[in-house]
Unconditional design. Structure first.
Ligand SMILES: Nc1nc2c(c(=O)[nH]1)N[C@H]1C(S)=C(S)[C@@H](COP(=O)(O)OP(=O)(O)OC[C@H]3O[C@@H](n4cnc5c(=O)[nH]c(N)nc54)[C@H](O)[C@@H]3O)O[C@H]1N2
Ligand SMILES: Nc1nc2c(c(=O)[nH]1)N[C@H]1C(S)=C(S)[C@@H](COP(=O)(O)OP(=O)(O)OC[C@H]3O[C@@H](n4cnc5c(=O)[nH]c(N)nc54)[C@H](O)[C@@H]3O)O[C@H]1N2
Ligand code: SF4
Ligand SMILES: [Mo]
Length: 752
């Protein structure tokens, strides 16, 4: 067969690195960074390097699996798997209708264009049939950002990012790009960009843990979890009282509510917030001074600022501060990226009619949680399954998700999954979640299908576009279904057609034409006013390729079907295997980006500020002896790269980080086991004593807890670790966004 080389974009995180994959005799023989990639220019990390092992993982499912009555899964033919899906699903749909079904979509959906472009089909069909909300890690992740973005800027995926190429004073709260490689902030080799920012001025990291990012920053500011909003309010107040609030010309007529928000900060003096945050008042004043006196200051926060009790206020205050510093929409500050593609997700959801956004349009059945952007807290899933009564969830479809590990209240959820009448998973491994499934439909390996990133360019530090061809034919059968076809098949089956009989090609045409017609008829999107039939006829191919062609052609550089001669099409993008670099990041994009009812940045919203009294009360709360936080590691990817041999080398990294003072008081030491308990449960984990964690706080990684019976993960099961979501309760929530606090949870520790 000889050797070939393939240029692809790594789909394993938001950094989107270009890889050169060498293939010899059907095997990945080398993975090297692509120095000619217009975006990543030679960056790579250990995860990208091991993508060949991921592809060749003998445990990766290549055939559908069906669960036998004894609980064990066996590989079956596709026809048998369709028949089994029909057997378990149909009775639920016949007796209780589509409202007894829900869908959980996991993180890899956003990194796989086959899934990303067709998940809307499954969800759309299910919602049309009466499904009450669906579940995703959104509410253990970026939902506060989505809420704040839609209120302030008009769209849930419409938020500014720090201009890492030009900023000279960056404050980072609750993010560790040294591990994550950037989140809702795509950058090539982000740590070297941070190094440049530091060289121009300063990088200040606010985090309970002295992370590898903090190590390399100018300053680490340890903070008590869940108190960032207090710190940010106190900084804002300091700016206000010193006359440091900047009102540059470019923001003068474009922002509403800044003075009112600065007035709201009045009650948060540095002295008042010092005890709760653990940051002394003079330090807070100096942080404010330094931001105010930098030429290009900017503030950025991520999951530590979101998955906490005050995620919405924190995320909001980051944008407020960027505005008060004059950094919003200014080159070198907090700027709006310009994605090269347009996907329906960027538009206002069709169900949000009228001006602005409404929340709480419907409520969850059991705890009556109000929907926020069509989501309930993901921790509600278990109670919706295991609580009897009308409207109970009896059927679940998971798509590239591992909620049994990722979601708070994981113990109850695992029991609930086991009780389902029908569970169908589209997933590549038999893991902690899919072991409960009646049927598992495997997707293709990331090297077996074409891919084009769309979502992450909305948070990218330059506008690029890249397309990856499949490296391998699907194995063992080149005609095996693609994931987008599986999504259409399951979506089509909801309306009475047996799973095996769904006409996938016809549904694909219907879905694509329907999407075009819907958005052509809606205002304020790139399809508005286009003739749907003409567009449909002009597009190339079918499936995700056809949707990618659409996304590119109506995007800012697209040909708009002849309107802009020489503009981009998918075919043109494919002619550039190293990608196309289209435009650099810059300020001055507010007018084209902001789609609020007033057309301006609207800082003030009751939905957000109504939460301030809860924050005020937080200041008087007695501090628990210990609280728990989460962390990530460069060589993990949430719960699912632990079966890759080279990524598992080295010492155990699923450890409880605890400060020496706390360790001595409790009587635990490095290497010994400790029991960690919360209101939700207890687990036993090895201890790692270190002053990299602030006193009063402990840190556990998420994504562990392998080694469960019925799973097929040889390597991961040999290094199981423990699942910290057995400890996270489902009722500690950032109220405006429905996001669970996974950080700042009170816990007790004892030696075992
Ligand atoms: N305690 C705590 N919990 C957390 C977090 C935390 O910080 N602390 N972080 C949260 C966050 S930010 C997130 S995003 C979630 C992640 O939550 P999930 O998305 O539920 O979990 P992942 O671990 O990303 O699981 C990915 C699943 O997709 C499968 N998979 C991988 N590749 C493919 C593919 O190409 N196709 C298909 N069909 N399946 C595939 C894997 O086998 C796995 O089952 O976890 C959340 N949970
Ligand atoms: N290698 C690798 N890369 C990943 C992932 C992975 O699992 N592994 N997961 C991907 C996903 S799904 C996501 S969402 C992103 C997340 O990307 P990041 O947001 O960078 O996530 P983390 O590395 O978990 O960093 C969060 C930090 O918040 C801190 N923190 C916890 N509580 C608080 C608090 O209350 N206040 C403040 N200020 N800090 C706090 C933690 O100590 C931690 O250092 O990473 C993505 N990239
Ligand atoms: S940083 Fe690593 S995981 Fe992320 S895209 Fe690059 S190689 Fe892939
Ligand atoms: Mo995430």
């Amino acid at each position: 067969m000889g050797s070939t080389e393939h240029l692809v974009t790594c789909p394993l995180c938001e950094a989107m690195c270009g890889l050169r994959i060498g293939v010899t005799d059907g095997h990945v023989s080398s993975v090297r960074p692509n120095k000619d990639d217009v975006w990543s220019a030679g960056h790579i990390c250990p995860k990208g390097v091991s993508i060949g092992q991921l592809h060749h993982d003998p445990d990766r499912l290549r055939q559908p699996m069906v669960r036998r009555p004894d609980g064990n899964h066996v590989a079956v033919s596709w026809d048998d798997a369709y028949a089994e899906a029909e057997r378990v699903l149909r009775p639920v749909l016949d007796s209780d209708g589509i409202r007894a079904l829900t869908v959980y979509i996991g993180n890899p959906v956003a990194h796989n264009s086959d899934l990303a472009s067709y998940i809307g089909a499954l969800l759309g069909f299910a919602q049309a049939g009466g499904m009450q909300g669906y579940y995703s890690p959104g509410t253990v992740d970026q939902w506060p950002l989505n809420v704040v973005s839609c209120l302030l800027f008009g769209g849930m995926w419409n938020g500014p990012i720090p201009d890492l190429y030009r900023a000279d004073h960056l404050m980072v709260l609750g993010a560790n790009p040294a591990a994550s490689q950037g989140s809702m902030l795509s950058a090539p080799d982000i740590m070297s960009l941070l190094k440049d920012v530091k060289a121009r001025g300063a990088v200040v990291v606010v985090d309970p843990r002295r992370t590898a990012t903090a190590e390399r920053a100018s300053e680490w500011v340890p903070i008590q979890p869940g108190t960032d909003a207090l710190l940010l309010f106190a900084i804002l107040r300091t700016l206000g009282e010193n006359g440091w609030v900047r009102k540059p010309d470019h923001l003068r007529d474009r922002v509403l509510g800044l003075d009112e928000v600065v007035a709201l900060a009045d009650q948060f003096t540095p002295e008042r917030v010092a005890a709760a945050t653990g940051i002394e008042a003079p330090v807070i004043r100096r942080l404010a001074h330094d931001l105010a006196h930098a030429r290009n200051p900017v503030v950025y926060s991520r999951i530590g600022g979101c998955a906490q009790e005050f995620g919405t206020l924190t995320t909001w205050l980051v944008f407020v501060l960027n505005t008060a510093l004059g950094a919003l929409d200014r080159t070198g500050g907090a700027v709006f990226a310009k994605p090269p593609v347009w996907v329906p997700m960027f538009g206002k959801p069709p169900d949000q009619d009228g001006a602005g956004y409404r929340f709480g349009r419907f409520h969850s059945r059991v705890r009556k949680a109000p929907e926020v952007l069509s989501s309930f807290p993901v921790g509600c899933l278990a109670e919706e399954i295991d609580t009897p009564g009308d409207g109970r969830i009896r059927a679940l479809i998971t798509v590239a998700g591992n909620p049994a590990v990722s979601v708070p209240g994981a113990g109850r959820l695992a029991r609930a999954l086991e009780s389902l009448d029908a569970m169908i998973s589209i997933d590549n491994w038999l893991n902690e979640t899919t072991r409960h499934a009646h049927v598992i439909f495997p997707g293709l390996s990331p090297l077996e299908h074409a891919h084009i990133d769309d979502l992450y360019w909305i948070y990218a530090v330059a506008s690029c576009i890249k397309h990856s061809e499949a490296v391998f034919d699907p194995q063992p059968d080149p005609h095996r279904p693609h994931e987008w076809e599986l999504l259409l098949r399951l979506g089509g089956a909801l309306f009475g057609t047996p799973v095996a009989d769904v006409d996938v090609a016809a549904l694909d045409d219907l879905y694509t034409a329907g999407t075009i017609a819907t958005f052509a008829g809606l205002p304020n999107n790139p399809l508005t006013g286009l003739d749907a039939a003409t567009v449909m006829a002009a597009l190339e191919g079918n499936g995700p390729q056809r949707l990618a062609d659409l996304s590119i052609r109506v995007g800012p550089w697209g040909d708009r079907f002849g309107e802009r001669p020489g503009g981009l099409t998918l075919a043109e993008v494919k002619r550039h295997p190293n990608g196309l670099r289209l435009e650099e990041l810059a300020g001055g994009r507010l007018d084209e980006t902001v789609t609020t009812p007033s057309g301006k940045v609207e800082l003030l919203h009751d939905h957000i500020t109504d939460d301030i009294p809860r924050l005020v009360a937080r200041m008087d709360r007695t501090r628990p002896e210990l609280v728990m936080t989460s962390r990530r590691h460069l060589r993990s990817n949430n719960s699912w790269l632990h079966n890759v041999p080279t990524l598992m080398k080295g010492r155990d990294r699923c450890t409880l980080l605890i400060h020496p003072v706390d360790a001595a008081r409790i009587g635990v030491s490095t290497g010994a086991a400790a029991e960690v308990s919360t209101t939700e449960g207890a687990i036993t984990v090895p201890v790692e004593v270190s002053d990299e964690i602030t006193p009063g706080v402990v840190s556990l990684p998420h994504g562990w807890g392998h080694g469960l019976s019925g799973t097929q993960l040889d390597i991961a099961n040999a290094h199981p670790g423990v699942n910290n979501n057995l400890l996270n309760p489902t009722d500690v929530i950032d109220i405006p966004s429905n996001t669970h606090a996974l950080n700042g949870i009170p816990c007790q520790i004892r030696p075992v």
